[in-house]
Design a binder for this molecule. Structure first.
Ligand SMILES: Cc1cc2nc3c(=O)[nH]c(=O)nc-3n(C[C@H](O)[C@H](O)[C@H](O)COP(=O)(O)OP(=O)(O)OC[C@H]3O[C@@H](n4cnc5c(N)ncnc54)[C@H](O)[C@@H]3O)c2cc1C
Length: 394
């Protein structure tokens, strides 16, 4: 198994890097460097730039706008995207509902939704989790009762990221509860303008209100908005969750953060802000992190080369998110007391782009924000259960 990139792949990397250098608007780059909050418009603007280049939906089948790239090319692309400080595309559209529509949608649904989904003319949110039904998602209780050509939906979702921006939601609802809990769940598409929907924000620990509770009270949805067969939603959801997990290791992002840590370390040493002991301790921590990240990268490359088994997505998710969290912990440590001065209004989208030492102010909110990566996409404890079963055979 060869873990080096071919000359063609290296040329591809150069092409991608040049694109990001030219196409990424300066204000978005600055915001990303300072970990500012992206607005709805920021996401839309960037995704349309990617889509115009044909690079917004790289994982989709070619006939629906995918690139047909190899796994190695996709890996390179995502790594360069992170190193260029470019935002990711909207995952709900690109990684979640898009592939579902391509694989399980009917022709009418494909014709109606795929293009606007790729171009972010439609913003999707994910209505899966409910109070009491997160890891144990199949226990969900939101109900869709058939009434003529409609379903009538009652219930509640929670942790719905960016529902406040969403035009449409893809959701799981129970259409039958006579069998096992995995049976009788249907996968539905809901226009968020339908009467009876209430979106209520949840303020999270980083001060941002990007998470929501969503309530449904007698919400009517045409049966034609169901994906695939009634009662088979669990199968489609499992396919979606597999796709969701694969990208979460975010090795490129951790690499970019390590570079930032190195820059900060040098700057602080030059300014005489670290004594000898602190410098040695920091150098040790950074070296340790770098070795672990490199090991993870090699594991990812082996997965790319198809040399890893079933548990690969879970393993990459667990280690990738642990490393992401450790880089943010180190940034907070380096920021020191200045990192505690989180400005009022940070959560309303203000950011510190362009200000001296701006990284210090965003270190703590960003640290808090990254606490979530070991929870969403399937909590790490649950991934460890999967690993115990699929790799260790326990
Ligand atoms: C920032 C963020 C964004 C999110 N966005 C969305 C979204 O857009 N749409 C959506 O539908 N959901 C979203 N979620 C919800 C997410 O999918 C759930 O939080 C996740 O599945 C965990 O479910 P829970 O919160 O109910 O925790 P629980 O399932 O109650 O888990 C609580 C704790 O128990 C542990 N645990 C649970 N079961 C087991 C087990 N069998 N073995 C060992 N340990 C176990 C968990 O690991 C965790 O530590 C988001 C969550 C976060 C934090």
């Amino acid at each position: 198994m060869d873990l080096t990139f071919t000359p063609e792949e290296q040329a591809f990397r150069a092409e991608v890097r040049a694109f990001f250098a030219e196409a990424l608007p300066d204000d978005l780059r600055a915001k990303m460097i300072d970990r500012g909050n992206l607005t709805r418009d920021d996401y839309v603007r960037w995704q349309r730039i990617l889509n115009a280049r044909g690079w917004a939906t790289i994982n989709w089948p070619v006939e629906h706008g995918g690139t047909g790239w190899s796994a190695a090319q996709r890996y390179i692309f995502q790594e360069e995207m992170a190193l260029a400080h470019a935002p990711e595309w909207l995952p709900f559209n690109v990684n979640m509902i898009g592939p579902i529509l391509c694989k399980f949608g009917n022709e009418e649904q494909k014709a109606r939704f795929l293009k606007p989904t790729a171009n972010l003319d439609i913003w999707w949110c994910q209505g899966f989790s409910e109070p009491g039904s997160g890891s144990d998602l199949a226990s969900l209780r939101t109900r869709a009762v058939r009434d003529g050509d409609d379903y009538v939906i009652n219930g509640q979702k929670i942790w719905t990221t960016l529902a406040q921006n969403a035009d449409w939601m893809f959701l799981l609802a129970r259409t039958d509860d006579s069998g096992r809990k995995q049976q009788g769940i249907s996968f539905l598409l809901l226009d968020m303008k339908t009467p009876g929907i209430t979106v209520r924000p949840i303020r999270s620990i980083d001060g941002v209100e990007d998470l929501n509770e969503v309530f449904f009270e007698d919400v009517r949805l045409p049966v034609t908005n169901r994906i695939g067969e009634e009662g088979k939603g669990w199968d489609y959801a499992k396919y979606l969750l597999g796709n969701e997990r694969t990208g979460i290791a975010r090795i490129g992002l951790s690499k970019e953060r390590l570079l930032q840590l190195r820059t900060v370390e040098n700057e602080m040493a030059t300014r005489g802000m670290l004594d000898e002991g602190e410098q040695a301790r920091l150098a040790w921590k950074l070296a340790e992190l770098e070795v672990e990240l490199r090991a993870l990268e090699l594991t990812q490359l082996r997965a790319v080369a198809n040399a890893l088994s079933d548990g690969a997505a879970s393993l990459l998710k667990v280690r990738g998110t642990e490393i992401q969290q450790r880089t943010t912990e180190l940034l907070v440590e380096l920021a020191g007391p200045a990192g505690l001065a989180v400005p009022p209004g940070y959560g309303e989208g203000d950011h510190w782009a362009g200000q001296e030492d701006s990284w210090r102010h965003s270190a703590a909110p960003y640290y808090f924000n990254r606490r979530a990566v070991s929870i969403y996409g399937g909590a790490n404890e649950v991934q460890k259960n999967i690993l115990a079963k699929s790799v260790l055979g326990l």
